[in-house]
Design a protein around this ligand. Structure first.
Ligand SMILES: [Mg+2]
Length: 365
């Protein structure tokens, strides 16, 4: 970002009516820069043509994710703060899923001139909120006018001497583990899609803890970022964050590794009992329909960004406390993998799973 005179957070009075089209880029930067989190390991921060970031490891993990208004978020469902937190969280999760510690974000933001300046300020606060758990910072970016809101975030992460954990390293005999929530973002989207009355009921009555958590998870997930490097330290043989649903992402590890991922039936997972009251709100009552809905969210819901990994049955260090064992890795030639025709794939409770089951990025929210 170009040079801007920082003002203290909250020091700039931003009127609710002010639009980004009313300001120069320098004026807009002066409003948002004070809210952006700074990164450690950054000898040169924002204000020059480039920032300079130092890493303890010569290998840097890099990834970019894009969020588009109307495809990934709606301004009537998510605040600027939600979008900023979500954009940070999903990128930080990508770095953590390689076994790296996320260090820095570079943020591009395209905005129609009618965008409220308060939205952009809130977005910067959301970036800070998302970075807070892992101490990452925003080291640069760009602002531009455009037809709709588009957020592009690039993450840089430090492997700190760990080998990068790929999707292709799962081995027969490994355990399949997961850290973080499953299905909550999908449940939150279902609540919002069901209409404002159900959302109001969810936020005020019934089982507000679960429903509020699911709404919050859809608006801005909170990935288990520390579990990524911890699982790498425990000898994880493969890992990714769950962005497109447990079954679909497990299938990606299975295909990349040439193995069968044999997932336990999720009926007894704590996530099921967490999601069932929310499913009852959406389905209009408890029972088989609600239970099936909760199961669908858990197995196919995307965007929670938990860490899905395979680890040796005897890991080199104890598994982090927030990690659950959810299955095991089989050789495709094993008799128990017969249902998949001895090809790589996913079994759920012993049954083959259809490929491409999960979140569709080309569907609109
Ligand atoms: Mg990922």
């Amino acid at each position: 970002m170009s040079t801007a005179e920082p003002s203290p957070p909250g020091g700039e009075a931003v009127g609710e009516q002010m639009r980004v089209g009313d300001l120069s880029e320098e004026e807009l930067l002066a409003i948002i820069t004070p809210f952006l989190p700074s990164a450690a390991q950054t000898p040169v921060g924002t204000g020059d043509d480039c920032a300079v970031v130092s890493f303890t490891d010569a290998r840097t993990v890099v990834s970019t994710d894009v969020l588009v208004e109307g495809h990934h978020f709606r301004t009537e469902w998510s605040t600027g703060r939600d979008v900023g937190e979500r954009a940070a969280a999903q990128n930080l999760a990508d770095a953590a899923a390689m076994g790296a510690r996320p260090v820095a974000l570079v943020v591009g933001l395209v905005m129609p001139p009618t965008t409220p300046v308060t939205w952009v300020r809130d977005f910067a606060q959301g970036l800070a909120q998302g970075c807070e758990p892992c101490g990452a910072g925003v080291v640069g970016g760009d602002l531009s006018g455009g037809e709709s809101l588009v957020v592009s975030v690039t993450v840089l992460g430090d492997l700190e001497g760990r080998a990068p954990v790929l999707r292709s390293g799962a081995r027969p005999g490994d355990l399949v583990v997961h850290a973080g929530a499953l299905g909550r973002s999908a449940a939150g989207l279902a609540l919002l899609s069901a209409g404002s009355q159900i959302v109001a009921a969810a936020e005020q009555d019934g089982d507000p803890t679960q429903a509020r958590a699911c709404l919050a998870a859809f608006r801005a997930p909170t990935p288990a970022l520390a579990a990524g490097p911890a699982l790498a330290d425990a000898g994880a043989t493969s890992m990714m964050d769950v962005s497109d649903g447990l079954l679909r992402d497990a299938g990606r590890i299975a295909q990349a590794s040439g193995v069968v991922i044999d997932l336990d039936d999720p009926g007894d997972l704590p996530d099921m009992s967490f999601l069932e009251p929310v499913a009852a709100l959406v389905a209009g009552g408890e029972g088989a329909t609600a239970r099936a809905l909760a199961r669908t969210w858990l197995l196919t819901g995307g965007e929670d960004h938990g860490m899905l990994a395979t680890v040796p049955a005897a890991p080199s260090t104890p598994l982090p406390a927030d990690v659950s064992v959810i299955g095991r890795v089989l050789d495709p030639q094993a008799p128990s993998a017969r249902a998949l025709g001895h090809r790589p794939g996913v079994l759920l409770g012993g049954e083959p799973v259809q490929e491409r089951t999960g979140w569709d990025h080309f569907a609109r929210v």
